[in-house]
Design a protein around this ligand. Sequence first.
Ligand code: SF4
Length: 465
Amino acid sequence: MTSARACPPCRVLLVSTNSEADPHPVYPLGLEYLRAALMAQGHEVRIFDVNMSAPGAPDLEPAVLAFAPDLIGVSIRNVDNTDGTAPVSYLPEARALVARMRAVRPVPVVLGGSGFSIFPARIFEWMGADYGVIGPGEEALCALAALVKTGAAEDSIPGLVYRKAGSVEVNPPSAGLRGVGGVARDPGLVKGYWALGGSMNLQLKRGCPHACIYCTYPALEGAHLLEADAASAVDDIQRLYEEHGVDSFFVVDSVFNLAQSQAGAFARELVRRRLPVRWTAFFMPKGITAEQAALWKESGLDGVELGVDTISDPLLRRWGKPFSAEDVLESARVLARADLPYAMYLLFGGPGETRATFEETVSRADECPRAVVFAFSGMRIYPNSPLHRAAIEDGMIGGEDDLLEPRFYLSKELGADWLKTRRTELARRTNWMVAGRNMDALKRMAGMLRRNGHKGSLWQRVRPT
Ligand code: SF4
């Protein structure tokens, strides 16, 4: 990485454009890792977060003018809401923010974030940015800060997206530093997000070695796990609890229990320090033991979010899921016996889905004791994924579609009217939250509870007794 001596100090404004508040506003943890890396190189950094501003971010221009940055980094976390029943693109809002900043401060704008990294060249051109960074941004942004001041070579910066001789170049992403574990946080942001409700997020690891047909995580974060030291992550929790009273956390790893020994070490450290905090995370429904469940519960785990998708073995195999229907049922039984609330996320309509596999999943979900179910329909298609190829082969999309506008794979076998009827019927169940049907009611309840000071996740409130 560029040394502080070789790189004169630069003022960098990092902008979080993510205003999505469902299920709750998401703390810009990725920007904190970038901020820490830049500050370690001697740069001056500020974060502007649209969630900390009034609707429409009226204080954006004053903030830019007051700080007078040399470089503006814009984070695009998601390109859309991935909801096949009511898709919403976030890109127009991000583009408008970039245009407003450019109008008052014409310095280089660099785009980054996981949403950007899926469509780098396309978003780069559409938003008229000066640079982009795919993958981990720490190394690239520090190098860009040097480039702004000293004119370093663009082709040597890992993950850089830039123009060269009229075309868009994309350098291979950095294989080096990636933000994970504890990080110094902006006290104003912590206070602001805690006041908004929800949970404070935490990243214990990055990467996933699996290859589910629709998923972008392995491409974005790598197929190998990068694990944080569990004690350093708990240091972060302890600091946030002692300094800000934060007592509810969400581990944002793609799958918490992918790294079994880290999962145990994290929980044991929380127990050892007797921190009165609660936490939730995404789990894979496989290999969860009674001993693990008991330890996690003792450490404050109060909600398990299971990424299930389907409970039909042929579909699990076809979609590349690394577990079986029996793994799902056994995980549910273990969690229920431990009296740990759990929610299952189901995704209907992917390749090979038929009415029979749909009903198989519903009836197996009924066998899961005290389950809360979140049901979605339609798989978001991302470029160059196995799902993308299947969608072209099955005539769902044309090969020329760049997929920036949300496109979803929805099996024709189901039939639109039949699916609509079944979704409506399932939404009558009190423990099923069906996207495009009764899920909005939960969102409204969540908004009301948060305004009354409720923290943490809320789906436990619809758990069957
Ligand atoms: S296990 Fe989860 S994170 Fe990994 S590829 Fe599958 S869906 Fe993605």
